[in-house]
Design a protein around this ligand. Structure first.
Ligand code: NI
Length: 259
C-alpha cells in the first residue's frame, strides 16, 4: 500500500462515520484552502496493543515517538511521525482495561473473547464483536472511550486539520468563528481553544456527529467522531495531555460540560 492509498483509506473510513468532516473539508476547499493534516487518531484496548494499529504506518516510514499517560481517562498513548513533514502524525491511544471497575472489565472481556482468531486488526477493521445496548450504556457510565470502542471497534477516531497551513485564517479563533457561523458545534470543554502558543499547540474540535449504529439488540443514535483543528508554534511536534484530555470529550455521549 502506498502512503497516498493508506491516507485515502483512512479518510474514506473516517468520513463514512463523520459526515461533518467531509462537509467542513469541502467548505475550506471552496475558500481555496489546500488542507494538510496535523494528525490522525486511532483508539484500541490495551489488551490488543498499539502495534497492530501502528503496523501499516511503520511499514511506510512513520517512526514511533513520545509516549503519554492520561490517568483520568485510563489511557496510554503514543505518536508516530513521518520524515516527510507534510504527512500527518499518527496518535494511537489504548484503554487500560485493568483500571476499570469489575463490571466494565467483564463486559469488555466478553467483547474481546468474540474476536475471531483470523481477524486482522487494521485502523479500519470495524467491530469484530456483538455488543448489546446494555453493554454500551453500562460502559458509558464508567468510560466514554470504552463505550465508543465497544460500539464502533476499529475506525479512525479523528482527523486533525493543520490550521497553521491554512492561508485564509489568521488563527484558530478565526477558523472556529467560521465553523460556528457555518452551523457546526464546537467542543467547549475546557474552553473552545485548548492549549496556548506558549505551550506550542492550540487545538479545537467539533462536537462529534451522532449517527445510527446497529447494536446486537437495538439501533441507537450515538456520537461517532469529531473533526479537530491544531495550530502548532515554535516547532513543537508533540501533544499536550491536559488539552487532549478535554478534546477526548468531543465524543462524550453525555455531553458533560466541564470547566
Ligand atoms: Ni487529536
Amino acid at each position: 500500500m502506498s502512503v497516498a492509498a493508506l491516507l485515502d483509506q483512512l479518510w474514506r473510513d473516517y468520513t463514512s462515520l463523520t459526515p461533518q468532516a467531509a462537509r467542513i473539508h469541502a467548505l475550506l476547499a471552496a475558500r481555496g484552502e489546500t488542507i494538510r493534516n496535523d494528525h490522525v487518531a486511532l483508539r484500541t484496548f490495551d489488551a490488543l496493543g498499539l502495534d497492530a494499529l501502528a503496523a501499516p504506518f511503520e511499514a511506510l516510514g512513520w517512526e514511533a515517538r513520545e509516549r503519554y499517560r492520561f490517568a483520568d481517562k485510563h489511557l496510554h498513548a503514543r505518536y508516530w511521525q513521518h520524515p516527510d513533514p507534510a504527512l500527518p502524525k499518527v496518535f494511537i491511544s489504548e484503554l487500560c482495561i485493568d483500571e476499570l471497575p469489575a463490571d466494565a472489565r467483564v463486559r469488555i472481556a466478553r467483547l474481546l473473547a468474540q474476536i475471531p482468531a483470523d481477524f486482522a486488526i487494521t485502523p479500519w477493521a470495524g467491530r469484530p464483536w456483538r455488543v448489546t445496548r446494555a453493554d454500551y450504556e453500562a460502559l458509558l457510565e464508567v468510560s466514554e472511550y470504552a463505550a465508543w470502542m465497544a460500539a464502533f471497534g476499529f475506525h479512525v477516531n479523528h482527523f486533525t486539520v493543520d490550521a497553521g497551513a491554512l492561508s485564509t485564517f489568521a488563527g484558530l479563533a478565526e477558523l472556529d468563528a467560521f465553523l460556528v457561523a457555518s452551523g457546526f458545534t464546537l467542543n467547549d470543554a475546557g474552553g473552545t481553544i485548548k492549549g496556548t502558543p506558549a505551550e506550542g499547540l492550540e487545538q479545537s474540535a467539533t462536537r462529534a456527529d451522532a449517527i445510527d449504529v446497529e447494536l446486537a439488540d437495538a439501533r441507537v443514535r450515538i456520537p461517532s467522531c469529531y473533526y479537530e483543528f491544531a495550530r502548532r508554534h515554535a516547532g513543537f511536534q508533540g501533544f499536550l495531555p491536559a488539552s487532549a484530555d478535554k478534546i477526548f470529550e468531543s465524543t462524550d455521549a453525555k455531553r458533560k460540560r466541564q470547566s
